[in-house]
Design a protein around this ligand. Structure first.
Ligand code: SF4
Ligand code: SF4
Length: 353
């Protein structure tokens, strides 16, 4: 196939057009980065390089993907993180609450963000310095098209770039995912198409409302000088500040207390600190009682729904349950240290030490 003919609209001093994807494990940013690398090299006739950076390969851990495109035949010899992207994708608006995901954004940058919010509101929440903000409700569109968030954002990135033809994205999806998952092909094409078509974008001049955020490589808080004696983690539950709500894909477990027999299977199965069991009495005997969920830590994997023997947990649509009555923040586990405040879609934690 002849590659599509494109001209890179902007490049840096090394001749690269640069992209950065900021995500949380489970939303498909790693795959999206690989696809963008392939898109440039195979379908747009450019030079391309891409790689991802992530910790443990599990849902909920931070993920970054970096892509560089250059002119045809140009050698790309840089393999460092993309610090000043021309195109930035944020796989969930909530990522901006605690992480410097907009670091390195300059006036000419286009920022694609997965949110139902309007660009003005999204800018305020992200404290975005400036640039073109492109909002797309990827979670809703993924559910409607039965696709995935990364397909929606792939289409939205093509639109936000201003030069990537949607047909090239379709060809890429057909040749890659279409061969691997043929039964999902139409859904993924529909997802990319809806992402392309439903971008709401607005340019914000750097008006001083928010300062630029310089890019910094994350530094470990604990090193050989600062780690607690014996390497002990003194916080009760080292996931206590870990907001996993951004990795949900539109579903969360609903708790029906009247059906619960407090067997604890959900707590044994849940990979994160979601269920809050407190001392109480069950059938006339002292017992630990399931008293609710802290959705701040829930990444929507639905394992608990699968194991619950009584149907006390059921899969629900997150957007229909913005303030579940079973929400129980796990301040009881945190002791005197962290302090919690309700915020965000369902809950948000602020650690103040
Ligand atoms: S698995 Fe179901 S019944 Fe058992 S404690 Fe959890 S919610 Fe209750
Ligand atoms: S869906 Fe259930 S098992 Fe999965 S993280 Fe949430 S509470 Fe835990």
């Amino acid at each position: 196939m002849e590659p599509y003919s494109v001209t890179l609209p902007r490049v840096n001093e090394n001749g690269y057009y640069k992209m950065r994807l900021e995500s949380i494990g489970g939303l498909g940013a790693n795959l999206c980065g690989k696809l963008l690398g392939e898109l440039g090299a195979e379908y747009l006739g450019l030079s391309a390089a891409s790689f991802s950076s992530y910790g443990s390969e599990k849902r909920g851990s931070p993920v970054k993907a970096y892509v560089r495109w250059g002119a045809p035949g140009q050698a790309i010899r840089h393999n460092s993180p993309v610090e000043q992207p021309h195109l930035l994708a944020l796989f969930h608006l909530a990522l901006g609450q605690n992480l410097p995901v907009t670091a390195g954004v300059e006036e000419g940058c286009s920022v694609v963000v997965n949110t139902a919010a309007a660009p003005e509101d999204a800018r305020r929440q992200l404290r975005l310095y400036g640039g073109t903000l492109c909002c797309v409700d990827a979670q809703r569109l993924a559910m409607e098209t039965k696709s995935r968030v990364n397909m929606i954002l792939l289409g939205a990135l093509a639109r936000a770039s201003g030069f990537i033809p949607l047909e090239a994205v379709f060809a890429l999806i057909r040749d890659t995912l279409g061969k691997k998952y043929p039964s999902q092909l139409e859904r993924n094409l529909a997802g990319a198409k809806s992402g392309y078509g439903e971008v709401r974008q607005k340019y914000f001049a750097p008006d001083g409302a928010y300062p630029p955020v310089p890019y910094r490589e994350p530094q470990g808080v604990w090193g050989w000088r600062t780690a607690p004696m014996g390497g002990v983690n003194p916080l009760p539950g080292n996931l206590v500040s870990n907001d996993l709500s951004a990795s949900r894909e539109g579903y969360l477990p609903l708790f029906l207390p009247e059906k619960c027999i407090h067997c604890g299977l959900c707590d044994s199965t849940c990979p994160d600190m979601v269920f809050q069991f407190l001392p109480g009495e069950y059938r006339g005997k002292p017992a630990m009682l399931n008293s609710g969920l802290d959705y701040h830590h829930c990444k929507g994997c639905m394992r608990c729904v699968d194991v619950c023997p009584t149907g006390a947990l059921a899969a629900g649509l997150e957007r229909e349950h913005p303030n579940p009555r079973w929400q129980r923040q796990n301040r009881d586990l945190a002791g005197e240290g962290p302090h919690y405040e309700a915020a965000g879609r369902v809950s948000r934690i602020l650690c103040k030490r």
